[in-house]
Design a protein around this ligand. Structure first.
Ligand SMILES: [Zn+2]
Length: 382
């Protein structure tokens, strides 16, 4: 942008992106909410500049409607309150002590609780429990020492304690409902952001049988291939000047697969046989929020999972910073539309807003940009 051209998208410094009128930008989101979370500031800027924005949400489908485990429901962002993960996984008896128990002569390490601190923590827990149960004439006392109170079984003796799987909850959280609600949230965001949204409705990883953090944030299984053909067709149909793919920070399997599509497009030789664009210059990568915030992501080397192995040798990446100071509150309002995700991802609206601001500030500092920023990685054929 030149000065005086209206709202500024980025800085006038070298390397800042230049947008001409009425370009089309396609944001490829693995899930409903990823575009808002990672690119909400840029999307708002682009719309202010009169650019066209389409969100392509890939894994918005449910596939198998039955047989989800509590973990999988939670991974979809549902049931974080009503449906606790199967507590077998949290049974302390399964955890080995990672330090030897203290000998007499040794001083306790700084993190170890002494009896006074334990007592203080128990007093805090009692106060909190009383506050929580204040409407009742009684309250549940929480023992922080895993000792039986009034003859109750303690958690380690009662493996199913905490699992609340009432019929009505299971019915309400049926898979189809979950994804329908998430698509609806995506539509509301698109309306709010003045963007269009396309759902490809491939089944989310949990509906493809990924179970547990190790699998959901691990490598794709054999045979679970990136949807290259489908995405290429949809993207070509939209004729975008820019397509934004996730970097895959955090390693969610769906994010990895979508990133792999971007890499596959970049690896396609210039289409001498079939008319088609050179994807270098069009394909751009975005940083997956909130994973990038949680993991302290700073540089591409942090991806550390074969990212550079996937990147074609003749393609180079360079950072672009979009200043989003003017769009920051709008970005927060946009993310807030994903009500089903707020609690599970951030623990509520307020911590979400704080995380968005803190991350925007950090990214701006990384780029030496004033205020708040989002960082993108543009591609060039070298
Ligand atoms: Zn996602």
């Amino acid at each position: 942008m030149r000065a005086g051209d209206g709202p500024r998208l980025a800085t006038d410094r070298p390397g800042a992106p230049v947008y001409s009128a009425a370009m089309t930008h396609v944001f490829v989101a693995p899930h409903p909410d990823d575009a808002a979370l990672s690119c909400g500031g840029l999307i708002a800027s682009l719309r202010e500049l009169g650019q066209n924005v389409t969100i392509l949400t890939v894994y918005s489908g449910s596939g198998e409607a039955n047989g989800l485990t509590p973990y999988q429901r939670e991974a979809l962002g549902f049931g974080t309150k009503a449906l606790w993960p199967a507590t077998e996984a949290f049974n302390r008896a399964h955890l080995a002590a990672d330090v030897p128990l203290l000998g007499e002569a040794e001083a306790p390490p700084p993190w170890a609780a002494d009896p006074d601190r334990l007592e203080a923590t128990q007093a805090d827990a009692d106060t909190a429990a009383k506050r929580f149960w204040q409407r009742a004439s009684w309250y549940r006392r929480a023992s922080i020492r895993n000792e039986s109170l009034a003859g109750q079984l303690v958690i380690d003796e009662l493996p199913t304690q905490g699992a609340v799987l009432g019929t009505e909850i299971v019915q309400a959280a049926s898979a189809g409902d979950i994804m329908a609600r998430r698509r609806l949230e995506d539509e509301r965001f698109a309306y709010f952001a003045e963007a269009s949204v396309v759902f490809l409705d491939l089944p989310d990883a949990v509906f493809r049988g990924y179970e547990g953090d190790a699998e959901l944030f691990g490598l794709p299984r054999d045979g679970d291939s990136p949807p290259i053909e489908l995405l290429r067709r949809e993207i070509l149909r939209l004729e975008p000047q820019r397509v934004y793919f996730p970097l895959g920070v955090g390693g969610h399997v769906d994010h990895r697969l979508v990133r792999a599509v971007g890499m596959a497009l970049l690896a396609e030789p210039r289409a001498w046989i079939m008319p088609g664009p050179d994807w270098a210059g069009i394909v751009t990568f975005y940083e997956d929020f909130p994973y990038a915030w949680w993991s302290g992501f700073g540089q591409l080397e942090d991806l550390g999972d074969g990212f550079f192995g996937e990147l074609p040798a003749d393609v180079s990446l360079s950072p672009e910073f979009a200043e989003i100071g003017d769009q920051l509150e709008r970005k927060i309002r946009g993310i807030a539309l994903y009500e089903s995700q707020l609690e599970g991802l951030f623990g509520g609206l307020r911590p979400m807003a704080e995380a968005v601001r803190a991350f925007g500030l950090k990214v701006a500092e990384l780029g030496g940009v004033p205020g708040f920023a989002e960082r993108y990685w543009s591609t060039t054929r070298i």
